[in-house]
Design a protein around this ligand. Sequence first.
Ligand code: ADP
Ligand code: MG
Length: 344
Amino acid sequence: MIFFRTSSKNHRRCKITSAMLVFLLLFAAGTLSGCEKETASVSKTGFFLDTVVSITLYDTENTSPLEECFSRLASYEKLFSRTQEGSDVWRINHSDGNPVEVSTETADLLEKALSYCRLSDGAFDITIAPVLTLWNFDADQKTGTVPDESDLIDALSHVGYKNIQLDGTTVTLLDPDTSIDLGGIAKGYIADLLKEDLVSAGYTSGIIDLGGNILTIGSKPHGQDFRIGVRTPKPDATQPLTTISCRNASVVTSGTYERYFIENGKRYHHILSPFDGHPVENGLASVTIFSEHSVDGDALSTACFVLGPEKGMALIESLDGIEALFVTDDLEMKPSSGWPDATT
Ligand code: ADP
Ligand code: MG
């Protein structure tokens, strides 16, 4: 995603339509087992983080935790946005190489993000911002710009996570023209924080859906697993490609179908190679990560997409407790060794 752009009402409507699809898939999958007693639940949907956000809690009629979650979403947005003037990330990006003091949350998120930059050997790189800006994706309008190759080469010279020096809560850009974009990881990080709060407050059943990044709390109200649909990675798909059963798990997908534009018959999507500055083309249409924590799922779904099916799978197989489903352009599914069995 491009993180936190301002959106017109029209944009919002569009995004609501696409996220509702994910939501519906989730619930279609969730209700297949039928005949369950009605359970009390509360739910709230809104537009944050440049996407539709929806939180549902079961076994309660109390809406105040939802209000609390939404107010926290607004405060995280104020820290992590690349475009909101005065945010931590905005201040770093406009620091001209001077040290910047950031919140503990921003420092913690940067530390996690940098660990994924290193783990993926720079395939995941949060300094992709100079390149991302040139492409100028607008998911709702399906517009963007194919940059001049010379501009891309210039922007790429400022991409490099090693240009970020993080010392406690002090951030310094070693190259003042480097800039940070947390769109590939922030939603997952925020989902984990929201869940932590809800669990500490005693909630044991719910779903946090940040634009299709799904994090489940506990199990369904009567103790069964949640059943989560993995979206078919085509722009107009209405049916899930597969569904999985899980409890207390995160299911996050990165794909070519959500944020892209078409020019001269060619599709340009928003997952960019930090090596050549172009949308990654490696035969993949999506990567879904199944993990306990959503921050891992978010970073790894983007990282594995860039790494491609072979290197991406090798990385997943080297990590404990993390599984992946790689889906090719012709919808072939390549699951990792511990990917949960499909449910019917
Ligand atoms: P989504 O918003 O669909 O969940 P992802 O989690 O796959 O998307 O992240 C894609 C977003 O991550 C892009 O919109 C951009 O903000 C950022 N990004 C793009 N390419 C990279 C990359 N190679 N490394 C890190 N972040 C990236
Ligand atoms: Mg991601």
